[in-house]
Design a protein around this ligand. Structure first.
Ligand code: FE
Ligand code: FE
Ligand code: ZN
Length: 277
């Protein structure tokens, strides 16, 4: 079955069970959560999140726990040039990986970070991952491809490759490819096979673990990172449909992070559009 889902909330009182219910209400067969607010580092204790109940419910619904993706908060910058802030990010990332381990999930999506010196930034990010992996042998940190706003690292496949090269345990690092971000960063994504060939040549397809399927408000190369609803942006339904239905990525979780309307998310409609139903 083609894995296609969406970002869902995780909040009181049902936490992870509520996330699964929300995903199912949108006809998603995989989903992505933040363990708390993406813009904050405040986190609920893990024993409140209904982990056991989630596992039981997933089993009943034949959804593997690997199809529950976690996204780290945006505000941590493992590439920060200030040592104190960089260390803070590293320690927080280790705690986040510990939470993901306790949830039992496998993939943690991470915005690599920013630094005006890209090479140094890549080194710092790899250092943070190596530090985290001293106490981790399960969670795969998936570096997200970025739009290239400001000093963001990860808008070029070469930068992600540089980080991966410096990570000691290659089994615990991967990539999350975001269609909006790579279009914004300047890649031509009209033909998934051509884009994935470039990805394969530079990074290696075996590192591709998650896809984010978003339309973009802006033209290719705009470096803006403004997501649009499917078919309402500059990428368009035709291209996004080709990505979602590209056989090579059918077993990789594809997650929508498209804007919500005043009435809430429209993932269900978008999922059906993308699958051609
Ligand atoms: Fe992201
Ligand atoms: Fe994304
Ligand atoms: Zn984005």
């Amino acid at each position: 079955m083609n894995k296609l889902g969406c970002h869902v909330s995780m909040s009181a009182p049902d936490y992870l069970l509520g996330s699964l219910a929300m995903a199912q209400s949108q006809d998603a067969n995989c989903f992505m959560i933040y363990t708390g607010s993406p813009q904050s580092i405040a986190r609920q204790p893990i024993d409140k999140l209904k982990v056991k109940e989630l596992h039981e419910a997933l089993k009943q619904n034949h959804i593997p726990i690997e199809d529950v993706i976690v996204h780290a908060p945006y505000i941590i910058n493992c590439a920060n040039s200030e040592a104190k802030k960089r260390n803070f990010a590293k320690v927080f990332l280790a705690q986040e990986v510990d939470r993901v381990n306790k949830i039992g999930a496998k993939y943690l999506v991470l915005h690599p970070g920013s630094n005006p010196d890209k090479e140094l930034g890549c080194k710092y990010i790899a250092e943070a991952i190596n530090y985290v992996n001293k106490n981790n042998n399960h969670v795969v940190i998936c570096l997200e491809t970025m739009a290239g706003k400001g000093n963001e690292i990860g808008s070029k496949f070469e930068e992600l490759k540089s980080i991966i090269k410096q990570v000691e345990n290659k089994n615990l690092v991967g990539v999350c490819l975001d269609t909006c971000h790579i279009s914004d960063s300047g890649y031509d994504i009209k033909d998934p096979s051509a884009t994935l060939k470039v990805f394969d040549d530079i990074i290696g397809l075996k590192y591709l673990k998650v896809l984010h399927i978003n339309d973009s408000l802006n033209e290719k190369g705009a470096h803006k990172d403004r997501h649009a609803n499917i078919g309402e942006g500059k990428i368009g339904l035709k291209t996004l449909k080709e990505w979602v239905n590209y056989p090579m990525v059918s077993k990789i979780c594809k997650i929508l992070e498209t804007p919500w309307t005043v009435d809430g998310p429209i993932y269900k409609k978008e999922i059906h559009m993308l699958l051609g139903k």
